[in-house]
Design a binder for this molecule. Sequence first.
Ligand code: UDX
Length: 437
Amino acid sequence: MTEILLGIIGGCGHIGLIHAACLASLGYTVVAYDSNTAALKNLAKGIAPFYEPGLQELLHKTTASGVLTFTGRINELHRAGLVYVCVGTPSLADGRADTGPLESAVQELAGVVAGPAVAAIKSTVPVGTARKISRRLAASGLAKKLAVVSNPEFLAEGTGISDFLNPSRVIAGGEDAAAVKRAASIYAPPGVPVITTTWENAELIKYAANAFLAAKLSLINEIAALCEQAGADIRLVGRGTGLDPRIGASYLEAGAGFGGPCLEKDLRALISQFDRAALPAPLLEAVLAVNRRQCYRLVQKLSEKLGSLEGKKIGVLGLAFKPGTDDVRGSPSLPVIRRLLALGALVAAHDPAAGASPVKRDRLQAVLPGLTLASSPYEAAAGKDGLLILTAWPEYKKLDPEKLKHCLAVPLIVDGRNLFDPAQMRALGIDYRGVGR
Ligand code: UDX
């Protein structure tokens, strides 16, 4: 394996930690820096700051063998030849991505690194950011030590490790050809397309990819509403549509709408880049608007059956924004539960990962005051006037519908993830309402 020492900035975050563990597992020596001292302390005790399948084992292996180390001091990246910048770019109030912490981190890195080194920006940043950072480094005489490359990641939560190890493509953009080549060659399995390009192209590939994904979901969710009216089934309509290779079979499951920390944030940031360029973006705005409405259609389905939700008891299955993660950021469950509570409903929710420890339960109750947490799906259903399924956890698919029916006071199930067969549920006497079927 090559002698290059790799650094990570933002080493305790989702992207940074997965990069650190995966690169170390490939044989690189990795120093992961983060300013979050609490997360570093937990990592030293072997506790990952979030749940990601396979990560804990990988961290254990790579830290035990010494190839991966963590630090709270950026100057320990002094000898690094390539540093992945994985600093968050959260939404500002107007939707723009806040690149301030990332820009400061690169500037700070340039001050401590021996060089020549490469700062490979993994974070999703507005087009023009890498060029701006690079200009600043040049102005402060640091550009010779540190070249900037835009090197976006495409990891999804819950599948982060396999997405890292089996990338669909590797993108590296910049003006320093040697730096771009170095960033592109760190990990690109045989047969994987590698695009070396400009900063701007690389930055926009990431936004365009997430915008396409979000658009696909809003489109299928919009068509789902017509399926309901027409007595059609969105699952079959989606399947038949996705068999066209130009459309593609994946990412066509209608449901509660897309959640998570990335898609909406990146869509808003992209729209604000259009605004800044004085260009209209009606399609992107519609994708966002359709998604924001989607989760409330499920509350509407409860009201259609129960009338006023004041004093009604509702069970909710699923708080994480998708299965395989304990992350509730941007989860459709949050606005849905807030709306139910605001309408006067009494809500009990279950999630196998997001509510799995006392710390997580406390955090949930802080963001959703008034919510009761149930320790099992059947407990969430017990005595309720309706059950709402919001996350497609595989264990929910295996629930016994008959047992659920007996738990419920009113046999009403609104399934925001289409986990069950409507005909079978109705044959059991359950008032079952899916999305688009
Ligand atoms: C996404 C992109 O997939 C990833 O490439 C990018 O780097 C970050 O954003 P992530 O947000 O982790 O990843 O999850 P993803 O699997 O894309 O799901 C996003 C949301 O869409 C979830 O709420 C999920 O439930 C929903 N979804 C996804 C659907 O409703 N239907 C689908 O068919 C697929």
